[in-house]
Design a protein around this ligand. Structure first.
Ligand SMILES: [Cu+2]
Length: 321
């Protein structure tokens, strides 16, 4: 799927969900078209309940992915609740569909039916995993939560016959925990002797070109290996609320024009100003590695520092007496 199509289904998925979320908040009410047909109490006519249509109100929704545990009738249900830091865990979960049953049929996207991203809430640790289906709609993945603390797990998938969705849930790992500051803004990352340089700016609401250049020992890497159908996978997470964006590169291996490095080009559209953590997965010499960056979008933080009052030319003048 190309970037435009991916973004398209991403936006559509969000747009459809918005009606559903409203519906959940108020048991009955003339909200816009409900996202799912099982809310029979809804007063709204069901004519536009199909996934392919949405109202103007819904279309304006810009809720990013990954912020909700339940969306569009689909819910992420963790089955593993006791987790020890630093020990391998068989983490299990289901995704239930609008009928309340675990979903068993998924579309394959980038070689996998479901992509599972686990990050610490302070965005210091990142894992991109691929759970296996253990039967009856149960997903299972072996992973280690490196330290105690709060994590966010994202399931990125498209049910057969449905739109692509990213659901998110918190994961709590017991123990002493010291939150870390967000890493400073940085356009270079080093991992296992590789250096990755990031060029480009994130402009909210616009597909922003990002170029990531991979070098090793000072030499450009020109023989990157395809990983899950692409030379790179980029996940962007907004600092503080962990709004999720999964971006694929411009061009695919074997399309006759995309080179195997050293540059990987992405078009990322972030939803707002603020700081983002970017995690690039790339494969070389048979191993997948992750380079991470911190980048500000829109040139300023989402919540600008309060300005001192009493300055500027606000309408505080007393010339009306
Ligand atoms: Cu994946």
């Amino acid at each position: 799927m190309n970037t435009a199509a991916k973004l398209g289904s991403y936006v559509l998925g969000l747009a459809v969900v918005f009606g559903g979320a409203l519906g959940m908040g108020k048991a009955v009410g003339p909200v816009g078209a409900p996202a799912t047909e099982d809310h029979s109490a809804m007063a709204a006519p069901a004519a536009s309940a199909g996934h392919g249509e949405h109202t103007a109100q819904q279309a304006k929704s810009d809720t990013p992915g990954g912020l909700q545990v339940s969306e569009n009738g689909y819910t992420l249900n963790p089955l593993t609740t006791t987790i020890e830091p630093g020990e391998p865990t068989d983490y299990r979960f289901t995704v239930t569909g609008p009928d309340g049953k675990p979903v068993t049929d998924y579309q394959v996207e980038h070689d996998k039916k479901l992509h599972f991203i686990v990050v610490s809430r302070d965005l210091g640790s990142f894992q991109h995993l691929h759970p296996t289906q253990a039967g009856d709609g149960v997903w299972s993945v072996k992973l280690t939560f490196p330290t105690a603390g709060t994590y966010r797990a994202f399931a990125d998938f498209a049910p057969t016959g449905g739109s692509a969705l990213t659901l998110g849930t918190d994961v709590l790992v017991a123990g002493d925990y010291e939150p870390k500051e967000l890493p400073n803004v940085s356009r270079t990352a080093e991992v296992d002797g590789y250096e990755v340089a990031l060029d480009g700016e994130l402009t909210p609401g616009q597909a922003s070109k990002l170029t990531l250049k991979v070098s090793k020992d000072g030499k450009p890497v020109t023989d990157l290996q395809p990983y899950l159908g692409a030379y790179g996978h980029l996940v962007a997470l907004r600092a503080r609320d962990l709004a999720y964006l999964h971006v694929h590169p411009d061009g695919e291996p074997g399309d006759g024009k995309t080179k195997a490095g050293p540059e990987i080009v992405f078009y990322a559209e972030v939803p707002s100003n603020g700081d983002y953590r970017l995690f690039l997965d790339f494969q070389h010499d048979g191993e997948v590695r992750t380079a991470d960056f911190t980048l500000g979008a829109g040139g300023r933080p989402a919540s600008p520092a309060p300005t001192p009052s009493g300055h500027g030319d606000d309408n505080h003048g007393d010339d009306s007496h």
